[in-house]
Design a protein around this ligand. Structure first.
Ligand SMILES: *[C@@H]1O[C@H](CO)[C@@H](O)[C@H](O)[C@H]1NC(C)=O
Length: 403
């Protein structure tokens, strides 16, 4: 019965062939499992982490938290709700339950949902257990917008006309309306990108008190909204919510853009970014205040002490795992190179050579870029390669080259 359902859902042609191969693999894996070391789901520690929906916003540092949650999922053999095609839930369409890959055989429910989507909370509740925790992350629009602009300059229609301009961001912000058509669905990230990801109709002009109501609604949806500029504080709040050990918070900053950290904005640009992205500014300020209230309740002294411990752990992790600082695509190994847009260089890491096997395994996961980690977990969960609806990896996958 499950098989028949899977078969119908696997869709036409190549995916069905893969499904067959996958089932075979899964079977072999199950047979193998009984005879050796892999602990059954949940046996790695006494208590399972709670179910989590992480609404992964664009260019906000969200890949770093996603990696922490991927590792958590892998350690506990949690069931991940994956998109049926590619790495995103049919973005920029609003999320729908139908975008989710069916449960793998034997699983009763999903535990984690971590891929890019445009928020539609009602549809998420149809997929994820009612006790799921909802998390997301916001970043100062002053940084988010230039980052979105650099990353999507050749894909978002409103930015495309400026792809070859010597000062494209300044030119866009001089006269954004000239380039921006709010009716074009592809322009979701071109104005108030974070509000767009959170499902708000963010393309229009500033207006009115209905946004207060929308922000309050989001505050009820999310148990925690992390703030990128206070990532470590946010992470410690997340730790309490998820019941994690401090060591489970180890991270390196993933998917950063070369030059992104130290780029000074031309005079006047900050003001224009805020004016154009007025709803993101309101969203950010609202949740920044919510975060500081949370830190206050958590206790400043307790927070300060834990921050010190966390930062020591992060230093130690970098020293143990990394061969050096974050490196450009020309310097990283193929399997550890993040996906590269053609308008920005995205940094990755090289591992310290000669790590003992156990350490290598944990360091490898720490630096594994989003698409690679996603594909890896998908394979572990379904015993087959994921179906790519469109070519998304920098290397052609098995499907692109065969069709
Ligand atoms: C947001 O929600 C929290 C409960 O999670 C509540 O304590 C807080 O007052 C809310 N903040 C605002 C600004 O409404």
């Amino acid at each position: 019965m499950v098989l028949a359902r899977l078969w119908r859902l696997a869709g036409p042609g190549r995916c069905r062939a893969l499904l067959l191969a996958g089932l075979l693999l899964l079977l072999l894996r199950e047979v193998g499992r009984t005879s050796h070391t892999e602990p059954p789901r949940g046996e790695t520690s006494g208590r399972l982490p709670p179910n989590v929906v992480f609404v992964k916003t664009h260019k906000t540092g969200s890949s770093t938290l996603q990696n922490i949650l991927f590792r958590l999922g892998e350690r506990h053999h949690l069931t991940v709700a994956f998109p049926r095609y590619t790495y995103q839930f049919a973005y920029p369409q609003p999320f729908a339950a139908a975008f989710v890959e069916p449960l793998p055989p034997g699983a009763a429910r999903y535990n984690l949902l971590l891929s890019h989507l445009r928020l539609a909370a009602g549809e998420l509740r149809r997929v994820m257990p009612p006790d799921s925790l909802y998390l997301t992350i916001l970043r100062d629009p002053i940084h988010t917008f230039p980052s979105v602009f650099a990353y999507y300059r050749s894909t978002v229609p409103a930015f495309r006309a400026l792809a070859n301009h010597p000062q494209p961001l300044a030119a866009f912000l001089q006269a954004p309306e000239q380039y921006y058509d709010p009716a074009d669905a592809g322009n979701g990230l071109a104005r108030n990108p974070m509000a767009f990801d959170l499902g708000l109709e963010a393309g229009g002009e500033e207006g009115g008190s209905r946004w207060d109501w929308e922000l309050e609604r989001l505050n009820r949806t999310f148990q925690l909204v992390l703030i990128a500029e206070h990532f470590d504080e946010s992470l410690l709040l997340a730790r309490e919510l998820l019941g994690l050990r401090l060591e489970e918070l180890a991270y390196v900053r993933l998917n950063a853009r070369r030059g992104g950290g130290d780029e000074a904005l031309a005079p006047g640009l900050a003001w224009r970014i805020r004016a154009w992205n007025w709803l993101d500014v309101r969203l950010y300020r609202y949740f920044q205040a919510v975060l500081w209230r949370r830190v206050e309740l958590y206790g400043y002294t307790r927070m300060k002490g834990e921050l010190e411990a966390l930062r020591a752990l992060l230093r130690e992790t970098r020293e143990t795992c990394l061969a050096g600082e974050a490196a450009g695509p020309e310097e990283t190994a193929d399997e550890l190179r993040p996906w590269q847009p053609d308008t920005a260089a995205i940094l990755g890491y090289n591992l310290r050579p000669g790590l003992p096997p156990a350490q290598h395994a944990s360091c490898y996961r720490l630096v594994l870029p989003e698409l690679q980690y996603h594909a890896r977990l998908y394979y572990q969960q379904y015993g087959r390669e994921m179906c790519l609806g469109a070519p998304t990896l920098n290397k052609p996958g098995p499907f692109e080259s065969s069709s």
